[in-house]
Design a protein around this ligand. Structure first.
Ligand code: MG
Length: 399
């Protein structure tokens, strides 16, 4: 019963019920739905929670006060332990899972472990089994090269390095590093021949939203057209280069008054340009919400936490080798272990702000996932007819 009361308090006080305008109908249904589902979870099994970050817990660089209050209700009084299985599932990235856990701990005032964090590129670790020993080109802002190395990719070239190796390929690109005198970055295309006929680039991996679209669109297209050896003529039997995107988000929200272009917008540009110059569709693969991979990974993390909280029957726990210790959970990407295991959750509440990502993904994941849309602070201003959340709440951003 205590769990039910905590859930109702979470819905009623931290995340205020949506009301008014065209969203009122959805709001009433959403609040009732959340309360009903909470009661269902309590009567049978405890709930689990999965939070998106941007537009839900933070806006740009600002932590939402309502988010801190909501998380406080789901943690022990001293903030050291979650009371329920709880994970953070974001289409953001550019840092390691460990770094993001430290950030979340500081922002929210509770103890977040890396085993609770799924970033947009976390599921891409599984690609290391295929590309660990082959040159790959990484795109995006942040510590993407470090992230790739930690995932097990041993031969990683970034776009800045590639641009410096062949400046004539991007004549309009202004290299700020060269302007400021920073010429000390390694040039793997020269020293290790990455991108040459001897060591062609096997895959392009976009880990976060790129900042220099001109440079990146041009060079990635060069890599794709040349089968991984830009500036060279590839043999007719050279294999095509695959492109992986860590998320398909067209839009995302920060503190600006309107949503911003995301990685999905960059992907749309690349797909269009590649098709125009090659006549062929781009061989692209997407991770991140709303795709299934991050949801399956989150389920594993939640299941492991449920085991640590004593919520998994010993018989089921025994069937999950490696998922019962709570350690190094983020390193696991296989979902096979979940087959046949009964869910220890009455519901997994997936709280997000983006209907096309958070709501669509949770709805597609199916029971026990329950999509919860927050409005006002993120991409959405009201529930969406196409990707309709099962519950919606308006975060009191100013509180
Ligand atoms: Mg978001």
């Amino acid at each position: 019963m205590r769990r039910c009361q905590a859930l109702v308090r979470l819905a009623g006080s931290a995340l205020g019920p949506e009301s008014g305008g065209s969203g009122g109908k959805h709001a009433a249904a959403g609040a009732a739905s959340l309360a009903r589902l909470s009661s269902t979870a309590t009567d049978c099994q405890p709930p689990a929670f999965v939070f998106d970050i941007d537009g839900v817990l933070i806006q740009g660089r600002r932590t939402l006060p309502a988010a801190k209050r909501a998380l406080a209700k789901l943690y022990s009084p001293d903030g050291s332990q979650p009371l329920y299985p709880l994970a953070f599932l974001t289409n953001g990235g550019g840092v390691t899972e460990c770094f993001k856990a430290h950030q979340l701990s500081e922002w929210l005032g509770v103890n977040v472990q890396q085993s609770q964090v799924v970033l947009s590129h976390t599921p891409m670790r599984q690609l290391a089994a295929m590309y660990a020993d082959q040159p790959v080109l990484v795109a995006g802002r942040g510590q993407v090269q470090d992230v790739m190395h930690r995932y097990g990719f041993r031969h990683v070239l970034n776009l800045r390095q590639l641009a410096r190796a062949m400046p004539a390929a991007v004549p309009f690109h202004e290299d700020q590093g060269l302007v400021s005198g920073r010429t000390d970055l390694p040039c793997y295309t020269k020293t290790l021949k990455y991108g040459s006929p001897e060591h062609p680039i096997s895959a392009v991996m976009v880990l976060t939203d790129p900042s220099d679209w001109y440079r990146d669109l041009q060079l990635i297209t060069d890599v794709l057209l040349s089968r991984g050896m830009p500036g060279h003529t590839s043999p007719p039997d050279a294999p095509p280069v695959a492109v992986y995107f860590s998320n398909p988000d067209l839009l995302w929200a920060n503190e600006f008054s309107a949503p911003r272009f995301g990685q999905g917008a960059f992907a749309a540009c690349l797909e269009t340009l590649y098709e125009k110059v090659s006549g062929q569709p781009l061989n692209a693969h997407f991770f991140g919400k709303p795709h299934a991979a991050p949801y399956r990974l989150a389920e594993e993390l939640l299941l492991a936490q449920a085991a640590a909280l004593g919520l998994v029957p010993p018989t089921a726990e025994a069937a999950l080798p490696g998922l019962d210790s709570g350690a190094e959970l983020a390193a696991q990407t296989s979902t096979a272990a979940l087959d046949g295991i009964p869910w220890p959750f009455g519901a997994i509440y997936a709280v997000g702000d983006n209907p096309a990502a958070d709501v669509r993904g949770a709805n597609a994941a199916g029971s026990p996932w329950v999509s919860v849309l927050v409005t006002k602070t993120g991409v959405a201003r009201q529930n969406c007819a196409v990707d309709c959340a099962q519950a919606s709440c308006k975060v009191r951003a100013a509180m």
